[in-house]
Design a protein around this ligand. Structure first.
Ligand code: SAM
Length: 284
């Protein structure tokens, strides 16, 4: 079983992604507005689109004519097509790390009579790939000459909680890092280098973290939920599926011991919090 990919069909994960979307709107919204200001009739490619909900939320706008979502999971693609397929949206199943992706993109471009996409969107996907640089390189030829690639990815280097005398943020960042289901937590810092190496230009970093001041309780709840709420479930799942790995049992115990108090400190105490999320745009 491919755990890394299978976790995305779980209801809890879909709920978590919904909260993540609400949180990110403030940061990504202005960047999308800037990208789409240019012209009407744009074609968008959304890479790693999950069940299509966020794809529709992000790209159901008048400047966009067509949106193609690519997702590994057949069930998620079927859900997305049943719910959203129409004149504007279509979803295909493909593994981003094998050659099936090219076939799907060529077919889609032929059907739409386009030579490339105006916008390629890759949100929280590179951190889950074995070879993210390879994908960026392969996608370059599908981005139109004046098109824009938008990337959103995690980077725990920018995560902090102040004050944090018990160093609970560090403990939980370490726990995230040990969790194979949560992807590469230091993916963000490598992206600029990958983009440069793959020959992209006009690379802009729009933001590095989401943050909340001491009194912004609701926002802190969203941040906590987005970045840490999956840990109890992930470690329960890992202990069940990999019972021979005793480390997972130790971490599961640690999560159980510190989770509630960490959440309380994070949300209710007078602390400033930030969690690393990098937003990039670049051109061909
Ligand atoms: C964290 S979710 C992000 C979903 C969405 N892009 C967003 O911003 O909310 C990552 C998605 O990428 C998909 N994914 C991961 N690896 C993939 C691969 N190799 N091929 C296709 N999709 C993949 C996962 O199944 C999942 O739906």
């Amino acid at each position: 079983m491919d755990q890394i990919k299978d976790v995305y069909v779980l209801d809890d994960e879909i709920k978590r992604l919904k909260n993540q979307n609400q949180l990110l709107e403030e940061y990504e919204g202005p960047v999308y507005n800037h990208i789409f200001r240019k012209k009407r009739g744009q074609a968008v490619l959304d890479i790693g689109c999950n069940n299509g909900m966020k794809t529709v939320e992000r790209f159901d706008r008048k400047e966009i004519e067509s949106v193609t979502g690519i997702e590994y999971h057949k069930e998620l693609v079927a859900f997305a097509n049943t719910r959203y397929k129409g004149e504007k949206f279509v979803f295909y199943q493909a593994d981003l790390e094998d050659s099936g992706l090219e076939m799907v993109l060529k077919k889609d471009m032929k059907e739409k009579k386009i030579t490339g996409y105006d916008v390629i969107n890759i949100s929280f996907v590179l951190m889950h790939l074995k070879e993210p640089e390879k994908l960026l390189c392969r996608l370059k030829k599908y981005l139109k000459k004046n098109g824009t690639m938008m990337i959103i990815d995690a980077e725990d280097r920018f995560s902090t909680m102040v004050p944090d005398e018990q160093k609970r943020m560090k403990l939980f960042l370490d726990i995230c890092q040990r969790d194979p289901l949560s992807g590469n937590r230091h993916s963000g810092e490598k992206i600029k280098r990958y983009l440069k190496k793959s020959g992209y230009h006009k690379i802009v970093v729009h933001s590095k973290c989401v943050n909340a001041k001491e009194k912004e309780k609701e926002k802190k709840e969203l941040i906590f939920d987005t970045f840490f709420s999956y840990l109890p479930l992930d470690y329960a799942y890992l202990c069940e599926t990999e019972p021979e790995d005793s480390d997972y049992f130790g971490i599961k115990r640690k999560v159980k011991q510190h989770y509630a108090i960490f959440r309380k400190e994070f949300v209710e105490k007078s602390v400033y919090v930030a969690c690393g999320v990098m937003i990039f745009t670049c051109c061909r």
